[in-house]
Design a protein around this ligand. Structure first.
Ligand code: C2E
Ligand code: CA
Ligand code: CA
Ligand code: CA
Length: 277
């Protein structure tokens, strides 16, 4: 209600934490101006064909003093300060440009998956921004996947549903990033135009060593299949995890074993057939 870019702290945040937050918030603004953000792209693979399907865009901050910072170090502050709206538009524009560049020379078009914060839905005309940036970059909606968190579906905000429906009508894929990590979104899922779900990498840990973990992932795969949802497994770090997923019928995956987040130039050079999957 105080408008964009207002810093607000709860009492437990006051003190050194607050000044740290304000410091990051101020330099985030500079970071946008000075072009210090960079996108890395993590390959997403088709496990049946061994082909590259696309990539997830993951934000990094090239901090002049602290080096390359992962999103967990600054996304929270960006969300609280409202700057996530501008940063999010930067991400959209740059991810769209990247996929246009990648697809220019390809017959089999790739997709780019982009992470969205709830705040981008709730406090901003996201639909207008996406439409404008698609037009500006020449990116086709069919090349775009927008990753949201399960909790967004629980927001009692009719606009969320309307925006998601509009994205679907445009031909954009909506994916749930942290499928089954929430507790009650499952019952809402059918009402939303969601096409894809991702198995969080936490579920993939120890999947080969622990029987109960294996059964949990198996159950998640079955749920996705029953709901006719596309399924991507995250956090695949080994050949045995990959074998497990294939055996259980999960056909799309990403993870360090298949490719770490990399620069666009590296993604262009990627030869998935060398992975032998
Ligand atoms: P996420 O959407 O769950 O993204 C996957 C995270 O898992 C990435 O961390 C990726 O580097 C990491 N990862 C990928 N494969 C493996 C693996 O095999 N093993 C392990 N241990 N980790 C793996 P990253 O890049 O640090 O991103 C963290 C989170 O930050 C993301 O989690 C996403 O929620 C958020 N994020 C990233 N980029 C953006 C963005 O542009 N906007 C917003 N709003 N959030 C973003
Ligand atoms: Ca994601
Ligand atoms: Ca996540
Ligand atoms: Ca995840």
């Amino acid at each position: 209600s105080m408008g964009r870019s207002n810093y607000q702290f709860y009492s437990h945040d006051l003190g050194s934490k607050a000044s740290e937050y304000i410091a990051i918030g101020t330099s985030l603004r500079q970071a946008l101006r000075n072009n210090e953000f960079v996108l890395h792209f993590q390959p997403q693979m088709d496990l049946l064909t061994g082909k590259l399907l696309g990539a997830e865009a993951l934000l990094r901050w090239h901090h002049p003093l602290h080096g390359l910072l992962p999103p967990d170090d600054f996304i929270g502050v960006a969300e609280e300060s409202g700057l996530i709206v501008e940063i999010g538009e930067w991400v959209l524009e740059n991810a769209f440009n990247a996929i246009v560049e990648l697809n220019r020379l390809r017959d089999d078009k790739l997709t780019v998956a982009i992470n969205l914060s709830a705040r981008q839905f709730l406090y901003n005309d996201l639909l207008a921004a996406v439409s404008r940036l698609l037009e500006k970059t020449g990116c086709l909606p069919a090349w775009v996947k927008l990753e949201i968190r399960e909790s967004l579906l629980l927001e009692e905000n009719p606009d969320v549903m309307a925006v998601l429906n509009a994205f679907k009508a445009m031909g954009i894929t909506i994916a749930i990033d942290d499928f089954c990590t929430g507790y009650s979104a499952l019952s809402y899922l059918g009402q939303f135009p969601v096409r894809q779900v991702k198995i969080d990498r936490l579920f993939m840990q120890d999947v080969v060593q622990q029987q109960d973990r294996a059964e949990l992932v198996n159950a998640i795969i079955r749920i996705a299949q029953a709901l006719h949802l596309e399924l991507v497994a995250e956090g695949v770090e080994s050949a045995s995890q990959l074998a497990f997923l294939r055996e259980k019928g999960c056909t799309m995956a990403q993870g360090f074993f298949l490719g770490k987040p990399m620069l666009l130039e590296e993604l262009k050079q990627l030869r998935p057939e060398l992975l032998g999957i």
